[in-house]
Design a protein around this ligand. Structure first.
Ligand code: GLU
Length: 267
């Protein structure tokens, strides 16, 4: 089984827990490693898109707030501040490796509306033609609850479908899907390969989640299900070791691989 060896277009998703230290401040070293590897894959001829969280998290840090605000206007304001800071950092790092990035902010309503969805698809297609790496987030400054995906795991699967990606790679703070909770259960083992996301597999997700992110394993499995059902191979792997991405695209088994169910379906 060669996993992602044949993949030509890959969506990577990075969560807030991968991008920030426990202090809530940006983890520059990690971010730099991720950007470097993705730039290299782009140099090798792959189409790369990056779905990134962190707008609200980075905004909270920059505004000096002690925690993520609960009310919507404060979260929106934090996202306004954080998103531009986030893109400033990405642009700086990607530029160092000679790469041009393009910011794409979207909401659920952009995808649900046929005309706006087509505009998104066209923008992605043109960016790939220009050799640009699209960097995507939910448009958190306007995406109030009714029009939001709410978590970027789900968003990354939608993006993967929109651009007909061959693979979706979700970087997180654990090695993948385990048979139990690895933090509390010594016998918990990593599951290297999932043929089909059954209710039994979904039950393994538990309720995990970290202070910074919104997702946990539940939304990651949901995203994996959406993507694999649309013919997109999906991997959940540890974002603390970005160099492992090289092994992954070389066809090695890293994290948990979710086998795609069929090829060719659109959103
Ligand atoms: N879009 C949110 C942000 O950038 C993150 C959503 C998530 O954690 O999945 O802050």
């Amino acid at each position: 089984m060669n996993h992602l060896k044949e993949a030509k277009r890959i969506v990577f998703k990075v969560g807030t827990s991968t991008l920030t230290h426990a202090t809530g401040k940006t983890n520059l070293r990690r971010l730099d490693s991720i950007v470097r590897v993705l730039s290299d894959l782009s140099n090798a001829g792959l189409d790369i898109a990056l779905v990134t969280s962190g707008a609200i998290g980075v905004g909270v840090g920059k505004l000096g707030l002690s925690e993520k605000p609960k009310d919507m206007p404060s979260r929106q304001a934090a996202a306004c501040v954080g998103q531009s800071e986030l893109m400033f950092i990405y642009d700086k790092f990607f530029s160092e490796y000679g790469k041009v990035i393009g910011q794409l902010l979207m909401t659920k309503s952009d995808v649900d509306n046929a005309e706006r969805r087509m505009n998104l698809v066209n923008a992605f297609a043109q960016m790939f033609r220009y050799g640009v790496i699209p960097v995507i987030n939910e448009n958190d400054s306007v995406a109030v609850e009714e029009i939001a995906y709410g978590d970027n795991d789900n968003l990354s699967a939608i993006v993967a479908k929109l651009i007909h990606a061959d693979a979706l790679v979700i970087l997180t703070d654990t090695d993948g899907l385990f048979t139990g909770n690895p933090q509390t259960d010594d016998l918990a083992r990593l599951i290297p390969m999932v043929d089909e996301i059954t209710p039994e597999i979904q039950a393994l997700a538990g309720e995990s989640g970290t202070k910074q992110g919104t997702g946990g394993m539940v939304t990651k499995l949901h995203a994996a299900k959406t993507a694999t059902e649309a013919g997109i191979d999906t991997v959940i792997m540890n974002g603390n070791t970005p160099e492992d991405i090289y092994k992954l695209v070389d066809g090695r088994s890293i994290g948990t691989f979710f086998k795609s169910q069929k090829k060719g379906e659109t959103v």
